[in-house]
Every structure is written in structure tokens, then in C-alpha cells.
Design a binder for this molecule. Structure first.
Ligand SMILES: [Zn+2]
Length: 199
């Protein structure tokens, strides 16, 4: 399956990369009951993390599963089915998929699953971290950690040098997918930052 530039841009509009390059990028579109994102493309519904992998790599190796490896980047060591950060995704075998699943089910997140689900729903609805923390009854830092895997205080804006590089690459005709791969921020975050700078 190929993802057109238009579909990639539509996909991007559902991605929250506000945690930065090493954080989990939250899928803000629909999710399945098991928290994996859903994205409609070419008349079929595809899991959002698979689409993120396709946009970055062009294809999924034959017979491989797309697995999360968020735990390698997160302070809580947990994988995050909502995550669509290409840096947190890898192609793996069915056996690896099973092992990951077993490992995940043993780990206990800092917040009960129902509260994480509620927090994700509110974040997807565009609520601020403070509002979400109040609604679910956990501290802001705990909620951020559960959803993005970042330490409190690590949620940082894009630094000006990176914004300038992104603007330069776009001006030079570099495709968005390559800019995102190079700089580690999502297209939406970079585009908004460039626009803010130009305004
Ligand atoms: Zn992740």
C-alpha cells in the first residue's frame, strides 16, 4: 500500500508531537478498543502506527508486523499503542510481537488503564494537560508520563535552529517525510512553528 502526499498530510493532522522527538507522538484520531489508532486510506481502515511506518519507510517488509518500541525511549519503559512516532516503531516477526505482548501485560503503568484511556480521549479532544489532570485526578506530570513517556519539564518547544533548518529544507524542495525523518518533529509541529516565525 502506498500513502499519497494528501493522505500523509491528512494523517499528520491527527498527530500530536508536542512532547518532542523522543516522546510518544499521540494519535488523535479514532482508536480501536485496544487503543491502537485507526486511519481510513484507500477505502480500507489501517492501524495508524502502520501508516506512520509506511509514510516513513515506504513499505512494510513482507510478512513483518509493525511493533512499538516506545519502552526504549520512555522513562517508564512502557510501549504505547497510540504512539505514531516513527522512531518508536520497528518491523518484527510474529514471535517478537507475542513476546512484546507478554512483556507489556506484566508491566504495571503508573495510572490505571481506565484513567489512561480517559486522559487520551480528553487529549484527543484538544484539552490542555492541566484540564486533563483535574478531570482524571492525577498529577499533570503523571498524566504526561503515561501518554508521552516524557519526564516532567521535558515537554519543550522546537528550538529556533531546528525551525530554521526545517524552513530551509522546505525552501530547497525537500519532501516533508524527509524533513520529519531528519529533524525528529512531526510535520504539523514544524509547519506551525515555521508559520509562527513567518507571522
Ligand atoms: Zn512511543
Amino acid at each position: 500500500m502506498r500513502i499519497s502526499d494528501e493522505d500523509a498530510a491528512r494523517f499528520e493532522s491527527f498527530v500530536d508531537s508536542s512532547g518532542g522527538p523522543t516522546a510518544c507522538w499521540l494519535w488523535c484520531g479514532c482508536t480501536d478498543s485496544d487503543s491502537y489508532g485507526r486511519f481510513k486510506v484507500g477505502g480500507s481502515v489501517v492501524r495508524a502506527h502502520r501508516v506512520a511506518y509506511l509514510i516513513r519507510h515506504g513499505r512494510i517488509p513482507r510478512g513483518k508486523f509493525i511493533l512499538h518500541k516506545c519502552g526504549e525511549h520512555r522513562v517508564d519503559g512502557l510501549d504505547n499503542p497510540r504512539c505514531v512516532n516513527p522512531a518508536h516503531l520497528k518491523a518484527g516477526t510474529a514471535a517478537e510481537n507475542g513476546r512484546d505482548r507478554a512483556r507489556r501485560s506484566k508491566r504495571r503503568p503508573g495510572m490505571p488503564r481506565a484513567a489512561v484511556r480517559q486522559a487520551a480521549r480528553l487529549r484527543n479532544a484538544g484539552k490542555s494537560w492541566s484540564a486533563i489532570a483535574r478531570a482524571v485526578g492525577f498529577q499533570k506530570a503523571t498524566v504526561k508520563l503515561a501518554l508521552t513517556g516524557e519526564r516532567p519539564g521535558r515537554l519543550s518547544p522546537i528550538d529556533p535552529a531546528t525551525i530554521a533548518r526545517a524552513a530551509g529544507m522546505r525552501k530547497a524542495g525537500v519532501r516533508w517525510v524527509d524533513v520529519v525523518a531528519e529533524l525528529g518533529w512531526s510535520q504539523g509541529s514544524l509547519r506551525r512553528a515555521i508559520n509562527r516565525l513567518a507571522a
